[in-house]
Design a protein around this ligand. Structure first.
Ligand code: ASP
Length: 404
C-alpha cells in the first residue's frame, strides 16, 4: 500500500475506534444496528485466511530453497516464541501477586459458561492432538490454523524434493500468494468503517457506557491487573524490537493498522492478513513474513498467556484458595500451553483456561466470574498477541542468513 494511503488510513482507523467507543458508550444497544458492517469486514478478513495461509506458507517455505534452512528460521522462531511467552506469563503472575485483585472479593458460586460446557475434560494431550488434523477441510472451517500450517510445511518440503514438477506447483502458489496480497490491500481500505462498527456494536451489546462500567466494577481490580500486565509486556516487546531486532518506533507506527484491527476484531487469525501486509511495508524479509507470522498467529499468544495466568490467580484469590509457589509453577507451565492451544478467535482463551484451572484444582465455575468483561479484555490481549508476532518477524529477519 502506498505510504500516503497508509498514513491516511491509519488516521481514519483511529477516528473509527474513537467514534466506535463514543457512540457505543452513549447510544448503547441502538448501536447494534451497525453490527452488520463489522460482520461484513470480519467476514472479508476471514475469507482470506485459508488461501492466504496455504499460499504464503507453501511459497515461503519453498523459497528457502533448502529445507535445512527451515531449521535455522525455525530455531530462532521457537526460541523467540517460548521466551517471550514465558516472560508474559511471569509478568502476569507478578502483577497479580502484587495487586491481589481477588483478595477480599466474595465471588463464591458462578456458573460454568456455555462456551466451556462440554470442554471440561480438555487436557494438555488435546493440544498436541490438535496439531494434526484428520480432516483439513473441517479444520479450515473451524479456523484451526495450526494443522493447516503443519500440512503446508510438509507439503512444500515435499515439493522441493520432486524437481521440475514441484516447481510448477510452487510457482502456482507464488501466484496465489501475490493475488491474495492484492485482495488484502483492497479489504484494508474498509477497515475504518469495519472497526468502528465492531467496537460500537459490541459496546452497545454490553448495554452502553454505564452498564459497562458497572460490569467492570463487579470484578474489582481484575481489569486493572490484566491491563497493567499487558502494558508492561508491550514495553518488554518494544525493548526487544529496539535492542534485538534493531528497529525503531516507525515499526510500531506501521503496525498500528494491524494492532487496531486486532482490537476491533478480537481475533489474531482474522487480523493475520493485515499483520503480514504491515510487516511487508516494514520491509521485513518475505521469508520471515510468510513463515513466522502465520505460525505465530496461532501458537504465539503472549497476551493470552499473561491473561490466563492472571485470571486463574484472580479466581483462586476470589475463592479464597492460597496457591503455593509450586502450584504457581504449574500455573506458569499450563498457562503457556493453554495459550499455545488457544485458537486465534474471540474469547478462545476463556475455553483453554480449563486446562490451567483443572491443573491446580480450581472450580471451573470461576470462569463464569470473568465472563462479563472478557470480551473487553480479549481486545487488548489480542492486540498484544499480534504485536508479539510482529516483533517476532522483525527478530527473525535480523537473524536470517542474507540472500537465498
Ligand atoms: N482472541 C485471542 C486471539 O485471537 C485469543 C484469546 O485470548 O481469546 O488472539
Amino acid at each position: 500500500m502506498p505510504h500516503k494511503h497508509a498514513v491516511i488510513l491509519l488516521g481514519l482507523i483511529i477516528i473509527g475506534v474513537i467514534a466506535g467507543v463514543l457512540s457505543g458508550w452513549f447510544f448503547g444497544p441502538a448501536m447494534q444496528s451497525v453490527g452488520w458492517l463489522g460482520t461484513l469486514f470480519l467476514n472479508a478478513l476471514k475469507m482470506m485466511i485459508i488461501p492466504l495461509i496455504l499460499a504464503a506458507v507453501i511459497s515461503g517455505v519453498a523459497s528457502l530453497g533448502d529445507v535445512r534452512k527451515l531449521g535455522r528460521i525455525g530455531g530462532v522462531t521457537l526460541i523467540y516464541y517460548t521466551s517471550t511467552t514465558a516472560i508474559a506469563v511471569l509478568i502476569g503472575l507478578i502483577v497479580v501477586n502484587i495487586i491481589q485483585p481477588g483478595a477480599g472479593l466474595d465471588l463464591q458460586g458462578g456458573v460454568i459458561p456455555e462456551k466451556v460446557q462440554g470442554k471440561e475434560d480438555t487436557g494438555v494431550s488435546d493440544i498436541l492432538l490438535s496439531m494434526v488434523s484428520p480432516n483439513l477441510i473441517a479444520s479450515a472451517a473451524d479456523t484451526q490454523l495450526l494443522p493447516i500450517i503443519l500440512f503446508a510445511i510438509l507439503f512444500s518440503a515435499a515439493l522441493t524434493t520432486i524437481g521440475a514438477k514441484g516447481q510448477h506447483v510452487i510457482s502456482f502458489f507464488d501466484g496465489v500468494n501475490e493475488a491474495m496480497m492484492k485482495i488484502v490491500i483492497w479489504v484494508m481500505y474498509f477497515a475504518p468503517i469495519g472497526i468502528f462498527a465492531l467496537v460500537a456494536a459490541r459496546l452497545g451489546q454490553a448495554g452502553g457506557g454505564e452498564a459497562f462500567l458497572a460490569q467492570l466494577q463487579a470484578v474489582g481490580l481484575h481489569v486493572v491487573t490484566v491491563l497493567s500486565g499487558l502494558a508492561l509486556h508491550f514495553l518488554v516487546l518494544m525493548a526487544i524490537l529496539i535492542f534485538i531486532a534493531r528497529r525503531g518506533v516507525d515499526y510500531l507506527v506501521t503496525m498500528l493498522r494491524a494492532l487496531l484491527t486486532a482490537f476491533g476484531t478480537a481475533s489474531s487469525s482474522a487480523t493475520l492478513p493485515l499483520t503480514m501486509e504491515c510487516a511487508r511495508e516494514n520491509k521485513v524479509d518475505e521469508r520471515a513474513v510468510r513463515f513466522v507470522i502465520p505460525l505465530g498467529s496461532t501458537v504465539n499468544m503472549d497476551g493470552t498467556a499473561l491473561y490466563e495466568a492472571a485470571a486463574v490467580m484472580f479466581i483462586a484469590q476470589a475463592y479464597g484458595f492460597d496457591l503455593s509457589m509450586g502450584q504457581q509453577a504449574i500455573v506458569f507451565v499450563t498457562a503457556t500451553l493453554a495459550a499455545i492451544g488457544a485458537a486465534g478467535i474471540p474469547e478462545a482463551g476463556l475455553v483453554t483456561m480449563v486446562i490451567v484451572l483443572s491443573a491446580v484444582g480450581l472450580p471451573l465455575e470461576g470462569i463464569g466470574l470473568l465472563l462479563a468483561v472478557d470480551w473487553f479484555l480479549d481486545r487488548f490481549r489480542t492486540s498484544i498477541n499480534v504485536w508479539g508476532d510482529a516483533v517476532g518477524a522483525a527478530v527473525v529477519h535480523r537473524f536470517l542468513p542474507k540472500g537465498n
